[in-house]
Design a protein around this ligand. Structure first.
Ligand SMILES: [Zn+2]
Length: 576
């Protein structure tokens, strides 16, 4: 098995990143305020690398956002999640800048969007524009900062993309006005056996070493610590970076690992194609993130890792020494401004296999193995799971268990090892005796870390429900027969009906759903569609009174439908 594993490693040839000279002083800051970064490019996030810089707006929304350079508005998108309200400006020099989580746009652009929303009868919208529609000059106010979409607080998300390939490029390589002479901080080192017969300090499990800064370099914190290995091993490091204005912990840029003065691994977070970003699940130690919320960056490359961030790889970053002896290792961790921190440590390699404690489960080639490069199907009496080729990053042992449905229960519970990360969705079918009249309200659910059930969805066919799953976890079937809840927010308070809404500039509701989530909403006044803005994070939905509600008596109807089709309708007669 060891040979097979080693052979697979040799097949992997990640793309080499290119050194490109990016234009300096072409793009100005998109804000007039001093840039402080609450997030930088390449920062490690669940299932993706951060593809821009997050500029703090001092806790407020409405900061004017300026075009970073001259160009034309090429795209506008409004969505409940992701970038929220976002605008793209394409520049004549081959780059496009992106401004996300906005609260609003300049008057001309806002009017254009509203007209398009009424034409499509949808708040969510994506508009692709031609160069003759909205030309912008450098520094022109195009929008206002906000907190829309998947944003955890007011800030501007700013990106620079290659217009042709749409790859995101590190904005700090374009001389943005950010001051940084602070070198990255290093926390901890992982020594990882590459397979079940590799040994580190007497076991075939992962070993962790805390780091400390001594004079100008990092060393292992405990001077008595030694690293004794046998067989093939890889290393991973936990580190972060700060700028001169301390705003939190941002990501590092470059990682270089040398063994006996020879580079065996180097990576730079210079560019990121969006379709490769999820390979972060093989760049980090996924189990450490899941269990302890620590992001260890591996300096070895798994067979199914297509990140285009590597160069100088020797044996994919793994070490294997045939003869006995001591070896010197040096990590250099840098930020985008060239500030660098160094870690030195020694490794003693054994030539003969020492006695060791087995803490890993051996991969048994004849059962329960997921091969990364072929489609694997597991079928049992209560479930069927299809894992497509390329869904996992290396060969994995599929640890799972099933609790069959008890007498009064509808569904079995299927448990899968959630420490195995996924690159591609897998198809899961769960067999259950759900009566036909309940099937339209029955969905597959996954239990998350906090014990809450999350709706996955799914379609029924005879006695099974089938859904795409993006991660392994604990699955069961849940019936949702409760409609969404609609609550009035700034009128009809305490249940007292209000017939005149003349004094209100807008009407706001909160909408929520007990389980499956809101799939659709629609509001009309006197039977005609009106634009409601919806922020699912805050549960707010509101209509700003405008020319679509002239003075007089009206009836407002708000319909909200959840993902399994339960519907709630709210009606109100009013005058204004
Ligand atoms: Zn961001």
């Amino acid at each position: 098995m060891k040979q097979v594993f080693f052979f697979i490693l040799l097949l992997s040839t990640p793309a080499v990143s290119q050194i490109v000279a990016y234009p300096k002083n072409y793009f100005r800051s998109p804000v007039a305020i001093q840039i402080a970064l609450s997030g930088n490019f390449g920062e490690l996030r669940p299932n993706h690398f951060h593809t821009g810089i997050d500029i703090t707006t001092k806790g407020v929304e409405g900061v004017p956002i300026k075009a970073s350079a001259e160009g034309y508005v090429s795209k506008i998108k409004i969505s409940h999640w992701g970038y929220g309200k976002v605008i793209y400006v394409t520049h004549p020099n081959g780059f496009t800048t992106v401004y996300g989580h906005l609260s609003d746009f300049n008057t001309a652009i806002a009017e254009f969007i509203k007209t398009s929303q009424y034409a499509k009868e949808s708040y969510e919208i994506e508009l692709l524009l031609t160069p003759d529609q909205f030309n912008v000059k450098q520094g022109e106010v195009i929008a206002y900062s906000g907190n829309t979409g998947g944003s955890g607080g007011p800030h501007l998300h700013f990106e620079i993309r290659d217009t042709k390939t749409e790859e995101a490029i590190n904005p700090l390589l374009f001389s943005m006005p950010v001051k940084d002479n602070v070198a990255p901080t290093l926390f901890s080192l992982l020594v990882c056996p590459a397979n079940t017969s590799s040994i580190v300090n007497g076991t075939n499990g992962i070993h962790k070493f805390s780091l400390i800064k001594s004079e100008n370099e990092y060393i292992l914190q405990n001077p008595k610590d030694s690293i004794i290995i046998f067989g093939q091993v890889g290393f991973a490091i936990e580190a972060n970076d700060k700028e001169n204005i301390p705003t939190g912990k941002n990501g590092v840029y470059g990682i270089k690992l040398e063994c006996d003065n020879k580079i065996i691994y180097a990576s730079q977070l210079e560019r990121m194609p969006f379709d490769k970003s999820r390979y972060i699940n093989s760049f980090i130690d996924f189990a450490e993130m899941r269990k302890n919320n620590h992001f260890y960056m591996r300096s070895f490359v798994l067979p199914n890792n297509q990140l285009p961030i590597y160069d100088s790889l020797v044996e994919n970053g793994y070490c294997y020494f045939k003869t006995e002896g001591m070896h010197q290792f040096k990590y250099s961790i840098s930020d985008a401004f060239g500030n660098s921190s160094t870690l030195r440590f020694k490794v003693y390699a054994k030539a003969k296999q020492p006695t060791y404690k087995n803490v890993q489960t051996n991969l048994d080639p004849f059962s329960n193995v997921i091969l990364w490069d072929t489609t694997t199907v597991f079928e049992e009496s209560s479930f069927r799971l299809e894992i497509p080729a390329g869904a996992v990053y290396k060969n994995e042992l599929f640890k799972h268990s099933v609790i069959p449905a008890k007498v009064k229960e509808l569904s079995p519970k299927v448990f899968m090892d959630e420490m195995i990360p996924l690159q591609k969705p897998c198809t899961l079918s769960v067999y259950a005796n759900v009566p036909e009249n309940l099937q339209s309200r029955a969905v597959l659910a996954m239990t998350n870390k906090n014990g809450n059930k999350i709706c996955i969805g799914g379609t029924w066919e005879e006695n099974k429900i089938t859904a795409e799953i993006k991660e392994f976890g604990n699955f069961t079937i849940v019936i949702d027969s409760t409609g969404p809840k609609i609550t009035t927010e700034n009128f009809d308070l305490k249940g007292i009906k209000q017939t005149s809404l003349t004094s209100l500039k807008f009407i706001r509701f909160t909408i929520s759903d007990n389980f499956s989530g809101i799939a659709f909403y629609k509001a009309s006044i006197d039977g005609k569609w009106v634009l409601m803005q919806y922020e699912p994070k805050k549960k707010y939905i509101w209509y700003n009174f405008d020319e679509h509600c002239k003075p007089g008596n009206h009836e407002l109807v708000l319909e909200v439908i959840d993902k399994v089709g339960n519907k709630t309708t709210y009606k109100k007669s009013f005058n204004r």
